[in-house]
Design a protein around this ligand. Structure first.
Ligand SMILES: [Zn+2]
Length: 282
């Protein structure tokens, strides 16, 4: 039996490369406000290796990099994609669409990316803008339509500044604040404060500056520790999500939309974030 849906819309915003220990010193006030009213961890775990291609492939396949086979920075098709129960396809089987908003990518890759997104079952894709505010601006029209389903947004700014200038540098701090402002605007668009039927999950895919000041691929805790927050309908304020993993996100997305996560997925739904009545109903 499928769980009862908690919400009709789940929005996952990836703040690429945002270290949890950047939140207080750089005063990321929107993150802190949303975390106070929702569930949070600043001790979440990324995948190994802690790189974006591996993490995003895990988000869409539900399995660890050792299973999907993408264990470097290079995006390519996962191992045996037909055998992996893709998140988008699992949701689509229940009539739930996926929408993807990412930055502009080189035109040579654009056709391939669209083809891959369609193959994976994503209903709509925007690839506009280079920085978080532009990417969100391109997504705004779709977000305001309040379509049900899974919406994925990726904001690259902190990772880019970390590679160019070092994690926790001045440029990194500025990029982290840009991400935070964008998160605040996104929460406003989603009308979370007005109790809209939406769950927002904001998270980083990896940290950085662990073994190498300008990278994030090592097993150092500064590279592998991530912040995760959940806010919106049904989330209990003040819940601590310590122990949560990036791999729990696909199962959480499915569960909150009323879909049983396939047993092949590595993570578990973060049900502790929700009121007990909702968990019991599910
Ligand atoms: Zn990176």
């Amino acid at each position: 039996m499928s769980p009862s849906p908690v919400v009709s819309r789940v929005v996952v915003a990836v703040l690429d490369g945002l270290r949890p220990d950047a939140i207080d010193p750089f005063d990321l006030r929107h993150w802190k406000r949303l975390a106070r009213g929702g569930a949070e961890t600043r001790a979440g775990t990324s995948v190994r290796p802690s790189v974006t291609a591996a993490a995003l492939t895990s988000l869409f396949t539900g399995v660890a990099p050792s299973v999907h086979g993408i264990e470097s920075e290079a995006f390519r098709l996962p191992k045996q994609p037909g055998r992996l129960p893709l998140v988008t396809k699992v949701l689509a089987a229940h009539g739930i669409p996926t929408t993807v908003h990412i930055r502009r990518i080189p035109w040579l890759c654009r056709g391939l990316a669209r083809q891959f997104a369609r193959h994976a079952g994503a209903a709509r894709v925007t690839m506009t803008g280079d920085h978080a505010p532009e990417i969100l601006a391109a997504a705004e029209g779709t977000l305001r339509e309040r379509l049900p389903g899974f919406t994925f947004l990726h904001f690259p700014d902190a990772d880019r500044a970390g590679h160019a200038h070092g994690w926790m540098s001045g440029a990194y701090a500025a990029a982290a604040r840009t991400l935070d402002d964008t998160l605040g605007r996104l929460a406003g668009m989603l009308e979370l404060d007005r109790g809209d039927d939406t769950l927002l999950i904001a998270c980083a895919d990896h940290g950085g500056g662990g073994a190498v000041p300008t990278h994030h691929h090592s097993a150092h805790p500064l590279d592998t520790t991530i912040p995760i927050l959940m806010a919106g309908r049904g989330v209990r304020p003040g819940v601590c999500l310590d122990g949560a993993s990036w791999l729990d996100l696909p199962a959480t997305v499915a569960w909150t939309l009323g879909v049983t996560p396939p047993s092949a997925w590595d993570g578990r739904p973060l049900t502790e974030a929700f009121a007990e009545t909702l968990v019991a109903a599910a």
